[in-house]
Design a protein around this ligand. Structure first.
Ligand code: AMP
Length: 403
């Protein structure tokens, strides 16, 4: 159970200024939002605060903002879409400074139940990403209380996620988590800490190195661990198999062997692909074939083969809890997306708690139309991974403890 204050612990909200850190980091194409899941996910907290008569001040980052503030990464399209979804005006402070005169004035003009959205917090560069004191304080100066509802950013100790809480505390305000945070933590936390068994985890994606701690942590919890995607070839090589020009991380061969050993010692069933779709080029149109044994030296694995799809589908058939993070192949190429689609289909069919750990697997599930068949699709790829690693998320840690 999460022992942190939540929006429900904020009392007497009438006229109180509440700063809410959302994750409005939505995909944009030519200024148009192509997936507004993250905006929809933020609505319960925002609506609750509006209905209690709070003055709701929203902030978020958008994109990486590598070359400084720019219109392409402005939150203006988010303000518009959010306003449509809330059915009320969202006052957008377009000032690249995020805080400062324009923001202060907009907040001063707010009435109970009004909503203001500040500009992209990453427009403040390192002040945001290095948890800068000044920017943190400026954000806190705008509000009385703070709510972190940005699950997708909660693994980052940034000013708008962590730094701001110190100054809210100094002025006697409350730091709480929002409904989205509560929901994400409940699903991911229960799955990992108290799963209904059999508990199966499926990991894919490109690199072992980014999922080292996840594999290690999950081996202590799961009944079955399935490893597919580019990660699998490091395990194959560690087992002495020929993997041609497939993706591999040679520095992690010993680690892969350790994990294979750990799985055996713990009695965890660790499943690797039994066949692979290989090609000679990294391209959707490259001629391919299915290989069960060794690949040729000039071939690379780009997807799991049909027998692996069947094996993995069988492995989840009687599962009661499944967590999935990472595609089974280069799913951006339709010809090598079959393995990823097969997993999504298998999960859609079973009677189990199915949790999709954000990022690519969430996109795959949604694109294939299985979104509503899953129990929970996380809005945070990186954050859900850190959760699966067993780490405490800085955005959660910074919230006030419940009395
Ligand atoms: P990650 O960011 O580590 O979750 O990895 C996601 C990426 O892994 C996707 O862009 C996939 O295209 C890539 N990927 C999955 N399988 C393979 C593979 N067999 N070879 C190369 N890349 C892969």
């Amino acid at each position: 159970m999460l022992n942190k204050k939540t929006v429900d612990d904020l009392k007497n909200l009438k006229g109180r200024r509440v700063l809410v850190r959302c994750d409005f980091n939505v995909p944009l194409q030519d200024g148009v939002i192509t997936d507004d899941t993250r905006i929809t996910a933020a609505l319960p907290t925002i609506n609750k605060l509006i209905s209690e008569g709070a003055k709701v001040i929203l902030c978020s980052h958008l994109g990486k903002v590598k070359d400084g503030p720019n219109e392409k990464e402005s939150l203006a399209p988010v303000a518009k879409r959010l306003s449509e979804k809330l059915g009320k005006e969202v006052v957008f402070v377009s000032d690249y400074n995020v805080t400062g005169e324009a923001a202060t004035k907009a907040v001063e003009e707010m009435k109970e139940g009004d909503v203001v959205l500040l500009q992209n917090t990453r427009f403040r560069g390192k002040e945001e990403t290095k948890n800068g004191e000044e920017f943190s304080k400026e954000l806190a100066d705008l509000a009385d209380d703070y709510v972190c509802d940005a699950f997708g950013s909660s693994h980052r100790a940034h000013a708008s996620v962590v730094g701001v809480t110190k100054y809210i505390t100094e002025k006697g305000g409350t730091n709480a988590v929002g409904y989205l945070m509560e929901k994400e933590i409940a699903f991911l936390g229960n799955a990992v800490e108290d799963p209904v068994r059999p508990f199966v985890a499926i990991l894919g994606g490109s690199k072992v190195s980014t999922k080292i701690s996840v594999i290690n942590n999950l081996l202590d919890k799961v009944d079955t661990l399935i490893i597919g995607g580019g990660m699998a070839y490091t395990f194959f090589k560690a087992q002495g198999k020929e993997i041609g020009t497939s993706l591999v991380e040679d520095d992690y061969l010993d680690y892969a062997n350790e994990m294979l050993k750990k799985a055996e010692e713990k009695g965890v069933r660790l499943l690797l692909p039994v066949d692979t779709v290989v090609a000679k080029e990294f391209s959707n149109d490259a001629p391919s074939r299915v290989v069960e044994g060794s690949m040729e030296p000039d071939e690379m694995g780009l997807d799991i083969g049909p027998k692996s799809c069947e094996l993995f589908a069988q492995a989840v058939a009687d599962a009661k809890t499944v967590v999935w993070n990472g595609p089974m192949g280069v799913f951006e190429f339709p010809n090598f997306a079959h393995g990823t689609a097969a997993i999504a289909e298998a999960l859609a069919k079973i009677d189990a708690t199915t949790i999709i750990g954000g990022g690519d697997s969430a996109a795959a599930v949604n694109n294939l139309g299985y979104g509503d068949k899953m129990t929970h699709i996380s809005t945070g790829g990186g954050a859900s991974l850190e959760f699966l690693e067993g780490k405490e998320l800085p955005g959660v840690a910074a919230a006030d403890e419940r009395d």
